[in-house]
Design a binder for this molecule. Structure first.
Ligand code: KG4
Ligand code: ZN
Length: 340
């Protein structure tokens, strides 16, 4: 065994991506993701199909991650896996696989909370990427999550705001579906929005107390608006797609920025670290950068491959826990509902 280096294998299987990554002393050696295409035709993730696809993917994905890292599995120091939150059938695959491999290799097993991992992804060592300074606010926005988290240390986190219904990615995807765009429609809304007028069709923002979010009302507002317009003009979507997308995106971003403004004011913390698939959105990236000038924010957005569901973020949590000897054992079970 290589005593100088710490090699962590990370395994992620909480939703519809089967992923494995190897880190050496916090630096990335490999980061493999098999995204399940099967769900596209259903317009959303089908849990039973996700679980089956994980079973097919897990061995080749882990094998590839170890090969790409240029190491032998016997060199691994520990295995970190996503325990939750997520879909039970999906989590079970990664959890069982991680337990078996740790037993076979006689190396420690480390449990990881997926939501903590989205935030700690900022600590993957990358040249040119400056890690956020504590304390900071983590903004995690994806197809499954919408959270503002106050982070005072690697493992001291408080959720200070979250969605009470749909996630922000769902607001994008469901709006896209109403417009007849394929799943997942978020990136397409972003693409069309770039050529449209964000003020063309004003949508009202939902009123939610404190730092929480609600997106289900927004989706309904989009639906009624489109139905009404289509009744007047059957070509309404075709003729106005760019303006509709720009208006939807503008409203969603305003909702996020309003809450961030409130959160920075309330906590006095001006450092914001964003993660999750929706952080790829060009509008939210621009709005955060503008916040640097307007409100004195310091913002961090990691590489795209570390923002969507991935195993490098699981491995970095594994590395941080490895240094604290924070290990689990063979009795561990998956936890679909798992608070930070
Ligand atoms: O993190 P992720 O890959 O998976 C989870 O949901 O955990 O996030 C996927 C979500 C989808 O809702 C997708 O539409 C959205 O991120 N997304 C975007 C963009 N790229 C991905 N939404 C808006 N603009 C984008 N450019
Ligand atoms: Zn996620």
């Amino acid at each position: 065994m290589d005593k100088q280096n710490t090699y962590i294998l990370g395994i992620e299987s909480s939703c519809d991506d089967t992923a494995a990554a190897v880190l050496c002393n916090g630096k990335i050696l490999s980061n493999v993701v098999a995204t399940q295409k099967i769900h596209e035709q259903y317009g959303g993730v089908v849990p039973e199909l996700a679980s089956r696809a994980h079973q097919q993917n897990i061995v080749p994905v882990v094998d590839q991650a170890i090969k790409k890292a240029g190491i032998h599995k016997e060199q691994l120091s520990a295995i970190a896996f996503t325990r939750g939150p997520g879909l039970m059938g999906s989590l079970l695959v990664g959890t069982s696989f991680a337990k078996s491999l740790s037993l076979a290799l006689a190396i420690p097993l480390i449990e990881v909370n997926h939501m903590q991992a989205h935030i700690l992804a900022h600590f993957i060592e990358e040249e040119g990427y400056e890690v956020p300074q504590f304390p900071f606010l983590g903004l995690t926005i994806s197809g499954g999550h919408t959270q503002i988290v106050k982070v005072t240390d690697h493992f001291e986190m408080d959720v200070i705001g979250e969605t009470i219904d749909d996630a922000v990615g769902e607001a994008f995807d469901k709006s896209a579906k109403i417009l007849g765009l394929p799943y997942p429609g978020g990136p397409l809304i972003d693409k069309y929005a770039q050529k449209g007028n964000p003020l063309a069709f004003p949508f009202t923002k939902p009123r939610v107390d404190g730092l929480n979010f609600s997106f289900s009302g927004f989706k309904t507002a989009v639906l009624y608006f489109i139905q009404k317009k289509l009744a007047e003009n059957p070509d309404f979507i075709k003729e106005n797609l760019e303006d509709i997308c720009a208006s939807i995106q503008y409203t969603i971003i305003n909702i996020l920025i309003d809450k961030l403004k409130k959160a920075t004011k309330g906590t006095g913390i001006k450092t914001i670290a964003m993660g999750g698939g929706v952080s790829a959105n060009s509008g939210i990236r621009k709005a955060l950068k503008e916040g640097e000038k307007t409100f004195g924010w310091v913002t961090h957005i990691p590489k795209f491959e570390f923002t969507t569901d991935n195993a490098a973020m699981i491995a970095i949590v594994g590395y941080l826990k490895y240094q604290k000897n924070d290990f689990t054992n063979q009795h561990i079970v998956a936890k679909p509902r798992f608070a930070i």
